[in-house]
Design a protein around this ligand. Structure first.
Ligand SMILES: Nc1ncnc2c1ncn2[C@@H]1O[C@H](COP(=O)(O)OP(=O)(O)O)[C@@H](O)[C@H]1O
Ligand SMILES: [Mg+2]
Length: 255
């Protein structure tokens, strides 16, 4: 995979906003982070005031695409209710479709677009944490962040579309056949592999939002962890201490 050597504010000045270089090779998915210099959240000096340009420079090489709000309106048909997928603490999520003419190097595909509710409980910090972690982490059992939008006060996230939605929906849907045990085991194993990847990384990540609604399923019931807005860097080396703070919602409480 492309090795990212990113240190905050010490990056390639040629990266231009809104464009992922077409010649950039697609990243290969890896199961270990051994050759991967992920930068830590702590290395971002002023996350709450971080500008879009600063972020795009920091994440140069991550293959994240930067979208305009106008583009995301087109992709989701103006966030129409017929494309509504669900809503959590961050804000509403809509299905959209990217065509292959939008960006060089970005293939035609369905996507899920998450829009920050400006009146909601979460804000820029959670959005930024999500972009920073998912922009750098790649694994078959983590949902793929395709890009983001940061325009004035608007904050959006664009993910690969997961055809079977969340595990919570699959488990608690009314009027449907319950999931076979073999499928449940496949989902449990996939989620565990996602967690193991985060915990065993060179710079470990503590996920802190492990719940059925954050385990997303593709059409083959492959499980992918989503929502890294509460994640934090884990202890490294001999360090064992992790500062704690109560987090979560009524379905989960973590420290
Ligand atoms: N990448 C995705 N693909 C398909 N559906 C998604 C995706 N991300 C989120 N969703 C849907 O949107 C709903 C809301 O997601 P989210 O904002 O993460 O809130 P929560 O995790 O609290 O349910 C999810 O339950 C899921 O059904
Ligand atoms: Mg979620």
């Amino acid at each position: 995979m492309t090795v990212m050597k990113i240190i905050w504010r010490s990056i390639v000045p040629t990266f231009s906003k809104g464009v992922v270089k077409p010649e950039a090779k697609p990243k290969k998915e890896v199961s270990k982070q051994s050759s991967f210099n992920r930068f830590a959240m702590l290395e971002l000096s002023y996350p709450s005031s971080m500008l879009s340009e600063d972020l795009s420079i920091s994440l140069a090489g991550s293959n994240l695409h930067i979208f305009t709000l106008g583009e995301l309106k087109v992709i989701t048909q103006s966030f129409s209710s017929s494309n509504f997928l669900g809503e959590g603490g961050f804000g509403p999520v809509h299905k959209g479709f990217i065509d292959d003419k939008l960006r060089p190097g970005l293939k035609a595909q369905p996507v899920a677009v998450k829009l920050l509710d400006l009146e909601g409980l979460q804000g820029h910090r959670e959005w930024l944490t999500e972009v920073v972690f998912l922009g750098q982490l790649r694994h078959p059992n983590l949902v793929k962040l395709i890009g983001y939008c940061c325009e004035e006060e608007h904050r959006l996230l664009v993910y690969e579309y997961m055809a079977r939605g969340s595990l919570e929906k699959q488990l608690f849907r009314r009027y449907s056949v319950s999931l076979p045990w073999a499928t449940r085991m496949k989902i449990a194993l996939g989620a565990a592999e996602g967690l193991a990847y985060l915990h065993e990384a060179e710079k470990p990540v503590i996920y802190r939002d492990f719940k059925a609604s954050n385990i997303l399923l593709d059409s083959d019931y492959n499980a992918k962890l989503s929502d890294f807005g509460l994640a934090k860097d884990g202890p490294e080396g001999d360090d064992t201490h992790v500062s704690t703070r109560v987090y979560g919602d009524t379905r989960l409480c973590c420290t």
